[in-house]
Design a protein around this ligand. Structure first.
Ligand SMILES: Cc1cc2nc3c(=O)[nH]c(=O)nc-3n(C[C@H](O)[C@H](O)[C@H](O)COP(=O)(O)OP(=O)(O)OC[C@H]3O[C@@H](n4cnc5c(N)ncnc54)[C@H](O)[C@@H]3O)c2cc1C
Length: 114
């Protein structure tokens, strides 16, 4: 049987490619050199940055309404809890990807492909 080897990726189109190939009966193997699948976008790029940007945007919004007479006190930022929130989102999405691989019988090998 033909085997398809892929590096792990996050962007939805890539995930669909993995799943699509598996759905077509191909044996798909993902090789990942990092500790988790999901690539830059999920683990260190888009998802974590958007989580932090959302928090920043909420702060900005609360500041912007002061011109309408709604004044919030200056926020206390607990970086540790904020980071835990970010990690929780990443972990949820990574476990979703792992589950997807399991369901589609996509094998994941951790190591560097040469
Ligand atoms: C801070 C930040 C914010 C971003 N925000 C956005 C955004 O909002 N929207 C957007 O569209 N893009 C964003 N990006 C860009 C996005 O993350 C990348 O475009 C995307 O991750 C590229 O995906 P990829 O699958 O090509 O590569 P990668 O995400 O790098 O995935 C490749 C995977 O293959 C693994 N790999 C590579 N070589 C080997 C090997 N030899 N053996 C084993 N494994 C290997 C890597 O470890 C990695 O997991 C952002 C990036 C950063 C850094």
């Amino acid at each position: 049987m033909k085997q398809i080897f892929l590096f792990s990726e996050e962007v939805p189109a890539d995930t669909q490619q993995h799943s699509g190939a598996a759905d077509l009966g191909q044996t798909v193997t993902i090789i990942e050199r990092e500790k988790t699948i999901g690539g830059v976008c999920l683990n260190v790029g888009c998802i974590p940055s958007k989580t932090l940007l959302h928090a920043a945007s909420v702060i900005e919004d609360t500041e912007s309404v002061s011109k309408y007479g709604i004044v919030f006190s200056k926020p206390e930022i607990d970086i540790k809890t904020l980071n835990q929130h970010k990690e929780k989102i990443i972990n949820n999405l990574v476990s979703g990807l792992n589950k997807l691989c399991e369901l589609r019988k996509i094998k994941v090998i951790y190591g560097t492909a040469k």
